[in-house]
Design a protein around this ligand. Structure first.
Ligand code: NAD
Ligand code: ZN
Length: 356
């Protein structure tokens, strides 16, 4: 099934859809921040939503819980939401995943619409139909595959998004561009200042890369794995830093992960040296270095070994034969991963200078 999405001014895209659908009752889910920064804008743009009941949850990943889902179900029940009600998820990936899950399970499923407000949610989390919550400290442990009725993305929501969150989401934009190659990579790798990005087109093109992959493999049986590029190393660093009590941004870890996996791509499957160097130095020039060093290689490796993609002591990666040409299930051994971690440190030390 095709996922419906529109990018552009929400005053033009959302009202005709709502009118056509004739939902019995609209509900809006926000977190504290999107309730404060994005809801007034939404209500101004789409006045018909002033009658909606607003449900607000706490912000932050630690609130992507069963308790939060229960709270949403309770609100829907108390306000007599019937099966023709709709839940509009106004927020980043937390609100989208949680709201999508709560709606998919309430009365065996009511429709929901994603209104993504973070860059990460606009180009990534809102696409592909994965809805869920964290459970017993495992991320996305409980959830369903279910598509939103539609996704409406308005880049003006990004105006209030904290700069570091914008940069974090940009890592997924870079990932999609590396997977797609061609003009998209050329345009993305020419960015030197996020303030100058043409967000409307960037978001549309980036989400289309994810869309084309998930439409070919909706339930992650095979091809969809390529979206893990940068994430095997990235998740290990993220878990390592979380374990040290830090609160790293996902995209900053994925950025470092992509640098390491670009290096592995060169030594394992022949990514040309110049492509590897220019991509890695571009990423190093955009993102802050993470707080780990040579002494932490072993711990990061341990986190990676817990990854379910391992077989016989080797770790499997999605790698690039060329920019725009990915391959799955390529193995690297510990020595090669060690070299990749060393490469990440050296790339941060010698980033490509920003042109501005
Ligand atoms: N379903 C999927 O396929 C998929 C894919 C990738 C990530 N995810 C999930 O997405 C989540 C991460 O998403 P995220 O990075 O958007 O996190 P998030 O939803 O926690 O948002 C990050 C922060 O930005 C704030 N915020 C969002 N939009 C804002 C705006 N316009 N103005 C001001 N503040 C704003 C939020 O309140 C929050 O504090 C994770 O839970 C991850 O598992 C899901
Ligand atoms: Zn990611």
């Amino acid at each position: 099934m095709k996922q419906r999405f529109q990018v552009g001014p929400i005053a033009e895209t959302l009202p005709p859809f709502l009118e056509k659908k004739k939902y019995s009752q609209p509900f809006i889910l926000t977190d504290e921040n999107t309730g404060r920064f994005c809801l007034p804008f939404l209500l101004e743009e789409v006045p018909a939503l002033n009658e909606a009941h607003v449900i607000t949850v706490y912000a932050g990943e630690k609130n992507k819980t069963l308790a939060a889902a229960e709270y949403v179900w309770k609100q829907l029940t108390e306000k007599n939401a019937d099966r023709k009600a709709v839940l509009l998820n106004l927020g980043g990936g937390l609100v989208g995943d949680l709201g999508g899950f709560a709606a998919s399970t309430y009365k065996r499923g009511i429709e929901f619409i994603h209104l993504p407000t973070s860059l990460l949610a606009q180009v990534d989390a809102s696409i592909g139909g994965k809805q869920g919550i964290d459970f017993l400290h495992y991320k996305n442990q409980i959830g369903v595959f279910r598509l939103p009725a539609a996704v409406f993305t308005d880049q003006r929501f990004l105006q209030t998004l904290p700069e570091e969150q914008l940069l974090s989401g940009f890592a997924e934009v870079i990932k999609h561009a590396l997977l797609a190659g061609g003009k998209l990579w050329k345009k993305t790798s020419a960015v030197s200042d996020l303030k100058e990005v043409d967000w409307e087109n960037t978001i549309r093109q980036s989400m289309e890369v994810k869309l084309s992959v998930v439409e070919a493999d909706p339930e992650e049986k095979n091809l969809r794995k390529i979206l893990n590029f940068g994430h095997t190393l990235g998740h290990a660093m993220e878990s390592f830093l979380l374990g040290k009590g830090e609160d790293p941004l996902h995209g900053h870890c994925v950025a470092a992960g992509m640098m390491g996996e670009l290096f592995l791509s060169r030594i394992v499957c022949g990514l040309p040296e110049d492509e590897m160097q220019s991509a890695a130095r571009f990423i190093a020039g955009m993102f802050p270095a993470l707080n780990w060093g040579e002494n932490d290689f072993e711990s990061i490796l341990q986190w990676m070994k817990q990854d379910k993609k391992n077989e016989n002591g080797k770790i499997r990666f999605v790698l690039l034969e060329k920019i725009g040409q990915s391959v799955m299930d390529r193995e690297a051994d510990e020595g090669q991963i060690d070299e990749a971690l060393r490469f990440i440190l050296s790339a941060y030390a010698h980033p490509k200078k920003k042109s501005s």
